[in-house]
Design a protein around this ligand. Structure first.
Ligand code: NAI
Ligand code: MG
Length: 350
């Protein structure tokens, strides 16, 4: 069976890192006997230029019909002057796919401890996964705009909480079997529902997974005090938005971090967390590791190819440990050279 992967390279460094990710997918495909097909479509600024729309119908159709979607990045100063926004394409894409669960692993690669803004002994061994609810909570509640008074409603149903908690517990089973659920249950009614639903689900279906609860303000401190203490972190939408940005700097370069957005009805969306980096676009300087690790997540979550995913992760880790990297991690390789090294290690593992 051929797996259909749609690639949306996008803007700025998007096409450069997407080409690197595709090369690695092709290498792992031939090493592991996977049949993968690729189709590229426009999204974001380049789609505005070509079609007058950041998320053209042709792109939407291709994404809906794919087994998984890979995105580079969208946006840039060229489209900041008014008119349609490139980011609108990304929001429309997430909506089309029904992506409700955002997964962001934060891994400190051996040999790169010195890149972290935190002390080396503090960050060593950091390997966490943030699971953020993406379609509920205060960002999507009823809004009342106003100059004197304004409000945003935060609402969650038990079903929404269970759906995202299941993702976290399942992920924990493939890791250290520990989930830390983040809420503000001392103040918020939605957080009390959140906590009750998470505990009930754990007791009923995941008794083998350790669960604890941390209030979001305490979590903001603990993340930088002892990041290595966490395995899977489960949070609602807004808390997850803030904590995942905080956590993303721990590993040292924004160019290293991948993400996945999972859906119940689709194989999902996979993208590095960085933007289009217009300051380095077109120069072969972009770190492709975040994109390559996003491709590994695609294999694991959308296609069920965990072994192929692990082969990519191992190859990336070996390259970084050997000092092969782009300038942001202290290396001297180009985007394409990093991809070539990763492909070579996949083809001929040590
Ligand atoms: P950015 O992530 O593009 O860049 C921030 C800094 O990190 C820059 O100095 C950049 O050179 C560096 N950087 C980013 N990715 C890198 C990589 N792979 N390798 C080496 N260095 C890397 O964020 P910024 O500058 O705030 O946004 C630029 C544009 O990207 C904006 O138009 C923004 O709206 C868009 N954006 C798009 C996102 C997406 O497509 N998901 C996410 C964030 C921003
Ligand atoms: Mg954010």
């Amino acid at each position: 069976m051929t797996h259909k992967i749609v690639i949306l390279p996008g803007d700025g460094i998007g096409p450069e890192v997407a080409a690197a990710a595709r090369a690695v997918l092709e290498a792992v495909g031939s090493a592991h006997g996977l049949s993968l097909s690729f189709e590229s479509h426009d999204i974001g600024g380049c789609a505005i230029d070509a079609h007058g729309d950041p998320f053209p119908e042709s792109t939407a159709k291709a994404c809906a019909g794919a087994d998984a979607v890979f995105l580079g990045a969208v946006g840039g100063p060229k489209w900041d002057g008014g008119g349609p926004r490139p980011e609108a394409g990304l929001l429309a894409l997430r909506k089309t796919l029904g992506a409700f669960a955002n997964l962001r692993p934060i891994t400190l690669f051996p040999g790169l401890e010195r890149l972290s803004p935190l002390k080396e002994e503090r960050v060593a061994g950091t390997d966490m996964l943030i699971v953020r609810e993406l379609t509920g909570g205060i960002y999507f509640g009823d809004k009342v705009e106003g100059d004197e008074t304004a409000s945003d409603l935060c609402s969650y149903s038990r079903q929404e909480v269970e759906r995202i908690a299941r993702i976290a517990f399942d992920a924990a089973r493939g890791r250290k079997r520990r989930v830390t659920s983040v809420d503000k249950a001392n103040v918020l009614a939605t957080s009390r529902l959140w906590r009750n639903a998470v505990v009930a689900l754990r007791d009923a279906e995941y008794p083998d997974v350790e669960l604890d609860h941390v209030l979001v303000d305490a979590m903001a401190m603990k993340l930088i005090e002892r990041p290595a203490a966490f395995d899977v972190i489960l949070t609602e939408n807004m808390f997850g938005d803030i904590l995942s940005d905080e956590a993303s700097v721990i590993a040292g370069s924004i160019g290293l971090a991948p993400s996945a957005s999972l859906s119940e009805s689709h194989g999902g969306l996979y993208e590095p967390i960085h933007g289009s980096a217009p300051d380095i676009a077109g120069q072969g300087k972009a770190n492709p590791v975040g994109a390559i690790l996003s491709a590994a997540m695609l294999l694991r979550h959308a296609l069920g190819e965990g072994e192929a995913a692990a082969a990519i992760e191992r190859a990336v880790s070996e390259c970084l440990a050997a000092g092969i990297g782009t300038g942001d991690v202290g290396g001297s390789a180009s985007t394409q050279q990093v991809a070539e090294h990763v492909c070579a290690r996949i083809a001929e593992p040590d």
